[in-house]
Write a protein that binds this ligand. Structure first.
Ligand code: HEM
Length: 479
């Protein structure tokens, strides 16, 4: 089978069968190993760091291991975004198909967003204080629930969903929801269902478009449409309210800043209300599950590793004390907590595939030929979960692995937010969220295993890895 592709030297991989391509082998390896990241890591061992796959009509290249991943993520030729149905819908929502993904559009919007996300706050409210407020609300909620239910046992896998979502909504549109809010819980449930039905390489319905018509439920199409319709309803209402109360001299959030840009003399070709709504949806999709799942991994490992939890608590008590709220200004004084955050992000990031990129023209990667429009994706497992890349005993949660003589050193291959032109835009916010939530939780509670209900270490495989149900004893240090 390789011979037929040899003249152009497409990356090697399992056999392509008519119609289904290599989908069967991938499904089989995924079922056996439990996860897509593991299945593609295994295939990379067999075929090499650049893996050529085919799903239905689409070719897909998966890149594994630091050298190939760095070459890929630094390549200008491979910096496009896919324009199949799945990603077009994700980026442009309801009016899918009308606007095509245009590189210049994305570059302009990305520049604007990065500037404002890095500025880290709108008007008088800093991003740190928004997150501190949310973490404090969670403490109150947990303590009240303990008293109400007379129990310290909590399901942790969903604990951070609404609080994290609130930090993103606050930054975008100035709103927040109660953890028990029905509408938000419903939206999150739809998103969790969608993220469990599709994965980073796309959706079944985009690989086999006929499934949209003959199996819309099973292929994830219905749930994808439902999520978009519901989200655009919510975001649309927020936008109307912002337009009504907009004051350019007193920006409250990203929507206000964007509306000001839109009203300016020369806003740029890519600025529109529709684009603003698409950005809000993108932030919601990119920022919520990633951050809350990372936090869940953090709590799980701190619960299993009491020594690390105690060390973190000692540092908190020494630097912040028991009463004052942790802030981002404490971070430089807390190297151990910083390392807990790095390790938490590795536990999550070492199990994800990046968002797919698209070849903007015929090009080469690691000596292989990549035709124009083929999708390329990196599996970050090889960069952060391999002993030969500076992570000995990679499955163990060891914050001290980054500490040398009291100073933090990150291996070159540490990249939970990827790198290059598409490096995560929410990195500053994600790191702030993980730091402030973990610090506030450890300052206020002791987390331990529920004796007759130890955590099932298996994860849910989907767009991002998440923990299955797991409970923890969450004992307040002071009620
Ligand atoms: C722990 C949390 C997070 C992790 C581990 C993470 C990781 C990543 C990774 C690996 C990528 C892919 C880069 C690529 O394809 O080359 C990405 C992209 C992105 N992330 Fe994050 N992310 C997190 C949180 C967030 C948050 C909170 C936001 C927004 C508020 C966000 C917004 C984005 C956006 C918009 C992109 C697409 C960037 C582009 O295409 O230019 N992320 N993220």
């Amino acid at each position: 089978y390789l011979d037929s592709r040899k003249p152009k030297n497409f990356p090697p991989g399992p056999r392509w069968w008519p119609l289904i391509g290599s989908a069967f082998e991938i499904m089989e390896a995924r079922k056996r190993t439990g996860y897509l990241f593991q299945a593609t890591a295994e295939m990379a061992e067999k075929y090499g760091p650049v893996l050529g796959l085919k799903f239905g009509r689409d070719k897909l290249v998966v890149v594994y291991g630091p050298e190939a991943v760095k070459e890929f993520l630094s390549s200008e030729d491979l910096s496009g975004r896919p324009h199949d149905d799945f990603y077009r819908m994700r980026t442009f929502g309801k009016r899918r198909g009308i606007i095509l993904v245009d590189q210049n559009f994305w570059t302009e919007q990305r520049r604007f967003l990065l500037r404002h996300l890095r500025e880290f706050g709108f008007g008088r409210k800093t991003m740190s204080s928004m997150i501190e407020d949310e973490a404090a609300h969670l403490v109150t909620y947990l303590k009240e629930t303990i008293v109400k239910n007379d129990s310290v046992v909590f399901n942790v896998e969903t604990l951070f969903n609404v609080p994290i979502l609130n930090t993103i909504w606050k930054m975008m549109a100035g709103v927040r929801y109660h953890p028990d809010d029905k509408n938000m819980q419903e939206l999150l449930a739809i998103m969790a269902k969608l993220f469990g039905t599709v994965d980073m390489t796309g959706a079944l319905f985009s690989r086999f478009p006929i499934l949209k018509y003959i199996a819309p439920e099973m292929s994830g199409y219905n749930i994808m449409v439902e999520l978009h319709v519901r989200m655009y309803e919510v975001i649309g209402k927020m936008l109307e309210e912002h337009k009504r109360t907009h004051n350019p001299d007193d920006p409250r959030d990203l929507m206000d800043v964007y509306l000001t840009a839109l009203k300016s003399e020369n806003p740029g070709r890519s600025f529109s209300e529709q684009q603003l709504m698409a950005i809000c949806l993108d932030m919601f999709m990119a920022g919520s599950e990633t951050t809350s799942n990372s936090l869940t991994f953090g709590v799980l490992h701190l619960m299993l590793n009491q020594e690390a939890q105690n060390k973190a608590r000692e540092e908190i008590d020494r630097v912040i004390g028991k009463e004052r709220r942790p802030t981002l200004d404490d971070r430089p004084l807390m190297p151990y907590l910083e390392c807990v955050v790095f390790e938490t992000l590795r536990m999550f990031g070492g199990r994800v595939l990046t968002v797919p990129h698209r070849a903007l023209k015929d090009t080469h990667l690691n000596g292989y030929f990549i035709p124009k429009d083929v999708q390329v994706i990196a599996n970050l497992h090889g960069c952060m979960m391999r002993p030969e890349n500076g992570f000995d005993d990679p499955e163990a949660f060891k914050p001290e692995r980054y500490l040398k003589n009291g100073k933090i050193h990150l291996p070159e291959t540490y990249m939970p937010f990827a790198m290059g032109k598409h490096r995560c835009m929410g990195e500053t916010m994600a790191r702030a969220n993980v730091f402030l939530f973990l610090t506030t939780m450890i300052q206020n509670f002791e987390f331990s295993v529920v004796p007759d209900s130890p955590p099932d270490m298996k994860m849910v495989d989907g767009v991002t890895p998440g923990m299955k149900h797991f409970k923890a004893r969450v004992v307040p240090r002071m009620l």
